[in-house]
Write a protein that binds this ligand. Structure first.
Ligand SMILES: C[S@@+](CC[C@H](N)C(=O)[O-])C[C@H]1O[C@@H](n2cnc3c(N)ncnc32)[C@H](O)[C@@H]1O
Length: 208
């Protein structure tokens, strides 16, 4: 997946600008903490001991998870400025931050109890999505979570005036259709008005 239009944008100025706009203030972190408390709730008694985020940016999820779990946290992030923030802000040690992309993850099969995306599958071109999910599925031994923009039908919508950078669909259906070993554990919707999150639909799966 090196060199797709989408990855080139995220690695370059477009990704740098996103990272500058993405503020890790108390309001954002409280919203993420509440989001993760809800997502992890069904896993009480069998919580993941290692968690991979694919496409972490400056780590709003990684920061929230640091407060909620002692699981070993690892991030994949293609944008260099965002990787610098993850390490520079003390969110993760350097060795837990990887320059990679969803379609080609530098990890062993089943290396993490949980692998997840949050606002990342929406930025992968439809033709590359199956490979990205295959890789996320491969490196997770137990749980997969995704939290993305939902649409009943596959569609592309303009993103900050750009074409070809934002795609919506029923990602839960895409996961379950492509991977028959997944069991749905829970799903839901984070309504902007009530949660401060961006109208995100989430799904939590267990392998096997
Ligand atoms: C909208 S941001 C979401 C950041 C973070 N997950 C969150 O929820 O706050 C998308 C992030 O995914 C990264 N990204 C984009 N395409 C990716 C890909 N194919 N594989 C891994 N990361 C990707 C971008 O560089 C960016 O940091």
């Amino acid at each position: 997946m090196t060199g797709t239009k989408q990855l080139d944008a995220w690695r370059g100025d477009f990704g740098d600008e996103y990272t500058k706009r993405n503020v890790a203030d108390d309001v954002a972190l409280c919203a993420r903490a509440r989001m993760w408390a809800r997502i992890l709730d069904p896993l009480v008694g069998d919580e993941p001991k290692s968690i991979l985020e694919v496409g972490a940016n400056l780590g709003l999820n990684m920061r929230a998870l640091k407060q909620l779990t002692t699981a070993r946290r690892t991030a994949v992030e293609p944008n260099p400025d965002a990787r610098e923030r993850l390490v520079g802000d003390g969110v993760l040690p350097k060795e837990a931050v990887f320059d990679a992309a969803a379609g080609d993850l530098p990890f062993a099969d089943g290396e993490f109890d949980m692998a997840f995306t949050s606002g990342v599958l929406i930025h992968i071109a439809p033709g590359d999505l199956a490979q990205a999910c295959k890789e996320i599925h491969r490196v997770s031994s137990k749980y997969i979570m995704c939290c993305e923009y939902f649409s009943d039908k596959e569609e592309e919508i303009p993103y900050r005036g750009h074409a070809g950078l934002l795609f919506r669909r029923d990602f839960g259906d895409f996961w379950m259709t492509g991977h028959s070993d997944l069991t749905l554990l829970d799903y839901g919707f984070f309504w902007k008005r009530a949660t401060g999150l961006d109208n995100l639909t989430w799904w939590l799966f267990r392998k096997g």
